[in-house]
Write a protein that binds this ligand. Structure first.
Ligand SMILES: [Zn+2]
Ligand SMILES: [Zn+2]
Ligand SMILES: [Zn+2]
Length: 159
């Protein structure tokens, strides 16, 4: 599980699942706010959340150390805690059929994309040497560039 802290107060979610919120981050020595999804702790959530409107109460806007947030991700009802699709950390989100496989942090989202695009190989035997393919894209046919080259050369010499 990735080590994550609440960007508003530094809490490390030992008290229970955090809330996945839509917000923005501002990085040191930058003026721009970057839209981002991140986890906040239940204390920060309860402090700033208005259950009636489903948004942040303007008068107690939480904006600390380069993080601000507006609402829990998703559009429907609040759901029971779910696990991050990449690292397994539990968090609370709203129901939304369009929100598929949400992750606890942008880093986990990157991990997930990388896994989806491969880096686990196909699990099949290499078309060159027969060893199982355990890295690279999910549709790769060769275990290594060397095997790919060898197969290519064989095709050239035996048309
Ligand atoms: Zn917090
Ligand atoms: Zn995660
Ligand atoms: Zn091979």
């Amino acid at each position: 599980m990735r080590n994550v802290n609440c960007p508003l107060c530094g809490d490390n979610f030992k008290e229970g699942p955090g809330y996945l919120v839509e917000g923005a981050r501002q990085y040191p020595r930058q003026r721009k706010w970057w839209p981002s999804r991140f986890l906040i702790c239940s204390g920060c959530y309860e402090f700033g959340y208005d259950p009636e409107t489903g948004t942040l109460r303007a008068d107690d806007m939480r904006e600390l150390d380069g993080a601000r947030w507006s609402r829990v991700v998703g559009r429907g009802e609040q759901m029971p805690p779910v696990a991050c699709a990449a690292c397994g950390r539990m968090f609370i989100r709203n129901a939304d059929p369009l929100l598929q496989r949400p992750t606890c942090s942008p880093t986990c989202a990157t991990d997930l994309t990388r896994t989806r695009n491969g880096n686990q190989g196909s699990g099949q035997g290499c078309a060159g040497c027969g060893n199982p393919i355990t890295t690279g894209r999910a549709d790769s046919r060769y275990c290594s560039p060397a095997c790919r080259q060898k197969a290519y050369r064989q095709r050239q010499s035996h048309p």
